[in-house]
Design a binder for this molecule. Sequence first.
Ligand SMILES: [Zn+2]
Length: 97
Amino acid sequence: MENEKLMITLEDFRKILGAEWDIFQKKILHNCLCHTCDSAYDSTIVGYTVEINDLDDVILLGKCAKCSNPITRYVETGENEEQVKVIEEIRMRYAKN
Ligand SMILES: [Zn+2]
């Protein structure tokens, strides 16, 4: 197994973040690095899909709101016990399908 990634829904992602969802909406979404704009983490990610990686971290893959070039945003959930618990439940659910 190498670099296994699982694509999840926005609803799953919301469950993972739990109480941190509001912070995510207000801050993380608008603090993304775009190499094209060279925006110093000031870009907003739009139209994104959500993946979890083998470290239980979340990766958003989307576009920069300013220039539409592809950007990614890493959200470190893998070190938060509560969030990892939810991720494990999601993994089990997807494994059944
Ligand atoms: Zn940009």
